[in-house]
Design a protein around this ligand. Structure first.
Ligand code: GLU
Length: 456
């Protein structure tokens, strides 16, 4: 795999899965055909979005929706609005989404979309005009039983509101065609919190299984400062941990007092983000250290947990080595493909050193995003369920279901890892996640005639 590849991010995602499902394919070679078929999206829609800037000039962007796989249910996945968006990025995200959605246990296929539109520095009116223009085309291709987009980087509650309003006007239909909607108009409680909370619930299981411990007193490094990072941090604090870092694309903000950020700090950071400002706009009277152009991973001599929650490839091989050297025991991705393949190899090598039961010294246990961050799309699935029933469940009901889904997902990854990969006393959660997700999707595709086994 080289960066000269035409679709480097997509090829990286395919490589990560193909290298880890090999033990399953070796035992079931007939499934190799399914892996070939599943790599090709069922459909890709590409379109142009023209919208009007506040000064009256015309702006134009590229937009896409990758309808990757509908074996388990209608296409489901977020919309990313970021200048780095291109087809390689959306194909990687859509591909990951297929297996992530399978791991939630809900009936959802995989898709992803977005645009190279940059929300930074745009006024609310510009955002609204972009969302309406974007939905003008997208509305022809989605539907409550066809494809249900949601938020991702750059698309939050405000953007979902504008897009929902646009769809309703174009189609004259109030339907569950997006998730992440407002509380009073079809949204689910806990959807904004779900990815971050779910990540923490997943790691809670890892903490218990590896060290028979919990979050109390744990030093936690978080990257990013958006929706996932904020709610993961709030849950960590609620459970007794210390959040020692946040970051954005311009640098890292770290706490050196060992106590870390408070819920009030996080509320202030959320406010800064909502105004589409950089993390440097957060006023903290010098209580935290700013490291320009850095990510948090190399800035600590010791820590317990790392939760990459910004974007893809945000942990390099050297940064992975720094986390291992700092004694970090757990790495779980709130972002999609947060770790490079080289970083995953560093973590997995520490796991493979543990060949006898109970010998876990030196391990940095790694959980991939498609498992650890599936809580967001899981509550999107619960939002779809509530929309179909025209009902609304309480906070407690949704939170309990989210917890249950994360525990089941973790157990599935752990047990599948144990079954197929016997290279260590500690299961590979990345192999377990990939095999469990792939097998479920491949079986549904087999049932539906997307591939078949000759002579059977
Ligand atoms: N963008 C989120 C993800 O990466 C959520 C998608 C959704 O809720 O459909 O899983």
């Amino acid at each position: 795999m080289s960066n000269l590849a035409a679709e480097p991010e997509f090829e990286q995602a395919v490589h990560e899965i193909s290298s880890t499902i090999e033990p399953f394919l070796a035992a079931h070679p007939e499934y190799r055909k399914a892996f070939e078929v599943v790599q090709i999206p069922e459909r890709i829609i590409q379109f142009r979005v023209t919208w009007e800037r506040d000064d009256g000039s015309v702006a134009v962007n590229r937009a896409f929706r990758v309808q990757f796989n509908s074996a388990l249910g209608p296409y489901k996945g977020g919309l990313r609005l970021h200048p780095t968006v291109n087809l390689s990025v959306l194909k990687f995200l859509g591909f990951e989404q297929i297996f992530k959605n399978a791991l939630t246990g809900l009936s959802m296929g995989g898709g992803k979309g977005g645009s190279d539109f940059d929300p930074k520095g745009k006024s609310d009116n510009e955002i609204r005009r972009f969302c309406y223009a974007f939905m003008l085309e997208l509305s022809r291709h989605i539907g409550a039983d066809t494809d249900i987009p949601a938020g991702d980087i750059g698309t939050g509650g405000r953007e979902i509101g504008f897009m929902f309003g646009a769809y309703k006007k174009y189609q004259n239909e109030f339907a569950g065609i997006l998730t992440g909607k407002g509380d009073d108009w079809g949204g689910s409680f806990i959807r904004p919190e779900a990815t971050g909370y779910g990540l923490v619930y997943y790691v809670t299981e890892m903490l218990r299984d590896l060290d028979n411990t919990d979050w109390v007193g744990k030093r936690v490094l978080i990257s990013g400062s958006g929706n996932v990072a904020q709610f993961a941090a709030l849950k960590v604090i609620e459970l007794g941990g210390h959040v020692l870092s946040f970051s954005d694309s311009t640098g890292a903000l770290i706490a050196t007092d060992g106590v870390g950020f408070t819920p009030a700090d996080i509320a202030a950071i959320a406010d800064v983000k909502l105004r589409r400002q950089a993390l440097t706009a957060f006023q903290h009277d010098g209580r935290f250290e700013w490291h320009e152009g850095q990510r948090p991973w190399t800035l600590f001599e010791s820590a317990d947990v790392a939760l990459p929650s910004a974007t893809q490839n945000e942990v390099s091989e050297d940064e992975a080595k720094a986390l291992v050297a700092a004694g970090v025991r757990y790495v779980a991705e709130g972002s999609n493909m947060g770790c490079t393949q080289e970083a995953i190899d560093v973590f997995e090598a520490t796991r493979k050193q543990c060949t006898s039961e109970g010998e876990t010294a030196g391990v940095t246990w790694y959980a991939p995003g498609k498992a650890a961050n599936c809580g967001g799309v899981a509550v999107s699935g619960l939002e779809m369920g509530q929309n179909s029933q025209r009902l609304k469940w309480s906070h407690q009901e949704v939170d309990a279901k989210l917890k249950d889904i994360m525990i089941t997902c973790y157990t599935n990854c752990r047990e599948t890892g144990k079954t197929y990969v016997r290279d260590s006393a500690i299961p590979s959660l990345v192999s377990g996640a990939n095999i469990a997700g792939f097998v479920k999707v491949a079986k549904a595709m087999l049932d539906q005639g997307d591939w078949w086994i000759s002579g059977k």
